[in-house]
Design a protein around this ligand. Structure first.
Ligand code: ADP
Length: 235
C-alpha cells in the first residue's frame, strides 16, 4: 500500500479539524479527496506530507512513517499545495534546478529537461515563473512535485482558478501521472472527480463519510449523481 492512514487526527483547541480518519491508497489509481470547505482536506494533506504534526494517529507513505521517518517518507512524496507557492522571480529552469538540487538528484539537467517535457512546459521553459499564466504555473508546480520521481503524489486543489482549456490539460496530465503513481487529489468539483478519479473519499467535519470506488459509491446510492450523493452525505 503506498498510503496507509490509521486514526489520524488534528485538533485545534476544541475543534477536531481531522477526526480519527483511516484509509489506504494504491498505486495506479487516482483517489479523489472530496469535502465541503473546511472539511479537513488540506489539513489531512499537510499531515500526509509531513508539513503538519498530527495530534494523534499515524500515516505511512511507501511503508515509512511520516512522523518518525519524515525524511525517508518525504522522498516518496510529491506535493502540490493549495495556492502553489512558487518563486515568481525565478526562471522556470532555474527553479526546477533549485528544487532538484535539494533532492540531490544526479543528472539534474537531463531530469529538468525530462520533467519540462512531461508536463508540457517546453514552450515556456525560458520564462520567469511570474510571467506565466496560471495554467503554466500549475505545470511548474506539478514539475517540482514529480522531479524526484516519487511513488505518491498529493495534489491540493490542483485545478482551482484555471480556465476551461487549462482545466482539461491539467486533468489529462494528472490522469497520465496517475498511471504508475498513487495520486490523491482534493477537489470540490464533481465533474473533475468523474473525469479522473478511480476511488473517492468524502470527508465532512473531519470525518470520513464515504470511501469507495467511483462506480461503487454510485451503485450504493442506486445510481444517483455524484452531486446528489455528495450533498446528501455532507448536509
Ligand atoms: P478544507 O481543506 O477541507 O477546506 P481545512 O483542512 O483547511 O479544510 O480546515 C479544516 C478546519 O480546520 C477548518 O475549520 C479550519 O478553519 C480549521 N483550521 C485549519 N487550519 C487551522 C489553524 N492553523 N488553526 C486553527 N484552525 C485551523
Amino acid at each position: 500500500m503506498s498510503i496507509s492512514v490509521k486514526n489520524l487526527s488534528k485538533h485545534y483547541d476544541k475543534q477536531k479539524a481531522v477526526d480519527s480518519i483511516s484509509f489506504e491508497a494504491k498505486p495506479g489509481r487516482i483517489l479523489g479527496f472530496l469535502g465541503p470547505n473546511g472539511a479537513g482536506k488540506s489539513t489531512t494533506m499537510r499531515m500526509l506530507t509531513g508539513y503538519l504534526e498530527p495530534t494523534s494517529g499515524e500515516a505511512e507513505i511507501s511503508g515509512e512513517n511520516i512522523s518518525t521517518h519524515t525524511i525517508e517518507a518525504k522522498k516518496h512524496i510529491g506535493y502540490l499545495p493549495e495556492n502553489t507557492p512558487l518563486y515568481s522571480d525565478m526562471y522556470v529552469k532555474e527553479f526546477l534546478n533549485f528544487i532538484g538540487d535539494a533532492y540531490n538528484l544526479s543528472n539534474l539537467s537531463a531530469r529538468v529537461d525530462e520533467v519540462i517535457k512531461k508536463v508540457g512546459l517546453t514552450p515556456e521553459q525560458h520564462k520567469k515563473i511570474g510571467m506565466l499564466s496560471k495554467g503554466y504555473r500549475q505545470r511548474v508546480g506539478l514539475a517540482q512535485a514529480i522531479i524526484h520521481n516519487p511513488a505518491v503524489l498529493i495534489l491540493d486543489e490542483p485545478t482551482s482558478g484555471l480556465d476551461p482549456n487549462q482545466l482539461v490539460d491539467i486533468r489529462a496530465l494528472i490522469k497520465e501521472l496517475g498511471k504508475d503513481k498513487t495520486v490523491v487529489i482534493s477537489t470540490h468539483i464533481m465533474q473533475e472527480v468523474e473525469a479522473i478519479c478511480d476511488d473517492i473519499i468524502i470527508i465532512n467535519k473531519g470525518k470520513i463519510v464515504a470511501n469507495n470506488s467511483l462506480e461503487g459509491i454510485k451503485k450504493a446510492h442506486q445510481g444517483s449523481s455524484l452531486e446528489d450523493i455528495f450533498r446528501k452525505l455532507t448536509a
